[in-house]
Design a protein around this ligand. Structure first.
Ligand code: 5GP
Ligand code: ZN
Length: 113
């Protein structure tokens, strides 16, 4: 999709701080991190959200989650981590290319509830 910001990140047309990449997915730091190390994992193919996600693409995304989580744990040493995925405007989705948020959590003081 030519007007999709995440497709542009996949294509290298706009810069991102990449955390991980393989044939099927790329993970990069969120431009507006809610905590240190806030990362997004996206499939390289354009799928709007979970309602459009085929099982193979879902597998590619989910298979990458543990290794990326461990890499974030090693790098930023959080005490925990949330995985969050918003689907549809009403659910808080603002970029309409499927993505999973990995949000490291830090003790009592990370500002999130
Ligand atoms: P959503 O609200 O759709 O679940 O999450 C979209 C996320 O994408 C937001 O957390 C937002 O900060 C992030 N984001 C939007 N545009 C860009 C961008 O150009 N680069 C990066 N790295 N993150 C972006
Ligand atoms: Zn896209």
């Amino acid at each position: 999709m030519s007007d999709c910001i995440f497709c542009k990140i996949v294509a290298g047309e706009i810069p991102s701080a990449k955390v991980y990449e393989n044939e099927h997915v790329v993970a990069f730091l969120d431009i507006s991190q809610v905590t240190k190390g806030h990362t997004l994992i996206i499939p390289k193919v354009h799928k709007e959200n979970i309602f459009e996600l085929d099982e193979e693409t879902a597998r590619h995304v989910f298979e990458a989650v543990p290794a990326i989580s461990r890499a974030l744990k090693a790098e930023f040493q959080p005490d925990g981590l949330n995985t969050i995925n918003n689907n549809g405007e009403i659910a808080g989705q603002t970029v309409f290319h499927y993505h999973m948020h990995l949000i490291p959590r830090y003790g009592q003081g990370d500002g999130l509830g």
